[in-house]
Write a protein that binds this ligand. Structure first.
Ligand code: DQA
Length: 141
């Protein structure tokens, strides 16, 4: 299968952005780790990041077999992203590096969780790898 790793707003700053919360690896490093992890399971992975809601929606509409999505703060605000996920056939796994449920109240609500295959939150960079495993397991089931 072909997977899309999609990262939303401010995740281009990983490595320097609030490292206590999000770790010290850069997005490029994370994308490379994810590509290798997918490849070890005979899957292809394409990575894309944007700070723009519209560009994320365009990417979802063009999604390959499945999507790993860290929508950043749009998780908590974007009806448009939720509608995009509901409109496509490809399953989407929602991920967060931090445990959003252990943080501010406004991060407890996800508008995309109800239309996602599932949500993985709080495992650091491991959230991405768990999502790849979950998605491949689902697609191969
Ligand atoms: C995040 C959690 C969001 O609440 C936040 O706005 C982010 C990152 C995470 O990966 O932990 O930008 O999605």
């Amino acid at each position: 299968p072909h997977l899309l790793l999609l990262n939303g707003p401010n995740l281009n700053l990983l490595g320097t952005r609030e490292p206590d919360l999000y770790g010290s690896q850069t997005l490029v490093e994370i994308e490379e780790i994810c590509r290798a992890h997918a490849s070890s399971q005979d899957a292809e992975l394409t990575a894309f990041q944007s700070n723009s809601e519209g560009a994320l929606i365009d990417a979802l509409q063009d999604a390959p077999d499945g999507v790993i999505l860290n929508a950043g703060a749009y998780t908590h605000t974007s009806v448009a992203l939720r509608d995009a996920i509901a409109s496509i056939a490809a399953p989407v796994v929602e991920i967060h590096i931090s445990n959003v449920h252990a943080r501010e109240d406004f991060r407890h609500r996800s508008l995309i969780a109800p239309v996602a295959l599932g949500q993985i939150s709080g495992f650091g960079i491991g959230s991405y790898l768990l999502a790849i495993d979950a998605l491949l397991r689902h697609l191969r089931q």
